[in-house]
Design a binder for this molecule. Structure first.
Ligand code: OAD
Length: 250
């Protein structure tokens, strides 16, 4: 891969780096993406399973789908791209990740500053009082669980038609506005408000780098883009940055 020395120097010199990740970063771990050829939304309509209406209409079916996805996510492990971002956070002055993924793989790889824009599938939450429920066992009879307050317990993820958690969205925008370098990795960059984050970074003078298998609506606007697997590109890029930092600070 041909990495320009400008890209390497920008990353090595950055005081603040912010990253947006999407389903593509977890694809190499074995979690299907949403819009690819085998994408989840090619097989089911989101409003049938990932919406409050669907949940109220047929909670058993929605729980079944989430139990199935939880099993996939529990059985997979982070890949080289997740581990590289975790290592970068440890060695660079400031790196944060805003992720659209609900799989928790960034945290399992060791990343600490992670903003989960769409929630986390390995948590439940009361739809009424908002209490987080770590008990994911629906019981043998798979009864529809309810909270002490009487509200419905649901997966702690953002469904279609719902707002993103305001504090997390605010933090993500703040990170984008203050970043010297911004990465958009493995996202089709079409779902808002997340897709606005790299644009916000661009408007605030960040050097924006995209890593994706294919071009996206963002590609023509970024400073550098790499087409390929995040698990191949990120480690190579990071190795080049480490070499540069070592050269500057022997
Ligand atoms: P998408 O499925 O829309 O896009 C995944 C992107 O990752 C595509 O652009 C692929 O080309 C790219 N990709 C696939 N494998 C890759 C790899 N190994 N390395 C690099 N890139 C790769 O997923 P998202 O953009 O995350 O929202 O989708 C955004 C949101 O749409 C999701 O969070 C979900 C969905 O509806 C909710 O559920 C609220």
């Amino acid at each position: 891969m041909n990495i320009s020395s400008d890209v390497i120097k920008r990353i090595a010199a950055a005081r603040r780096i912010a990253v947006l990740t999407g389903a593509g970063i977890s694809a190499e771990s074995g979690i299907p993406t949403f819009r690819g050829e085998d994408g989840i939304w090619k097989k089911i309509r989101p409003e049938e399973l990932a919406s409050m209406d669907a949940f109220l209409k047929n909670p058993a079916l929605v729980w079944e789908w989430y139990e199935y996805r939880r099993k996939i996510i529990r059985d997979v492990t982070p890949n080289a791209a997740h581990y590289t971002l975790a290592e970068m956070e440890k060695h660079l002055p400031h790196l944060s990740i805003s992720t659209q993924n609900i799989d928790g793989l960034h945290q399992r790889a060791g990343s600490a500053r992670v903003y989960e824009l769409h929630g986390n599938i390995l948590r439940n939450r009361c739809n009424n009082c908002g209490r987080i429920d770590q008990n994911l066992d629906l019981g043998k009879d798979k009864k529809r669980p309810t909270c002490e307050c009487g509200g419905l317990i649901r997966p702690d993820v953002v469904w279609f038609g719902e707002m993103l958690p305001a504090d997390i969205l605010d933090k993500s925008f703040e990170e984008a506005q203050n970043a010297d370098v911004y990465f958009s990795i493995g996202t089709s960059a079409v779902v808002y408000p997340a897709a606005q984050l790299p644009v916000e970074a661009l408007h605030n003078g960040a050097y924006v780098i995209e890593i994706n298998l294919e071009p996206t609506p963002l590609t023509s606007r970024v400073h550098a883009h790499y087409h390929g697997k995040a698990g191949d590109i990120l480690p190579e890029l990071w190795q080049a940055v480490k070499n540069e930092i070592g050269r500057l600070d022997p």
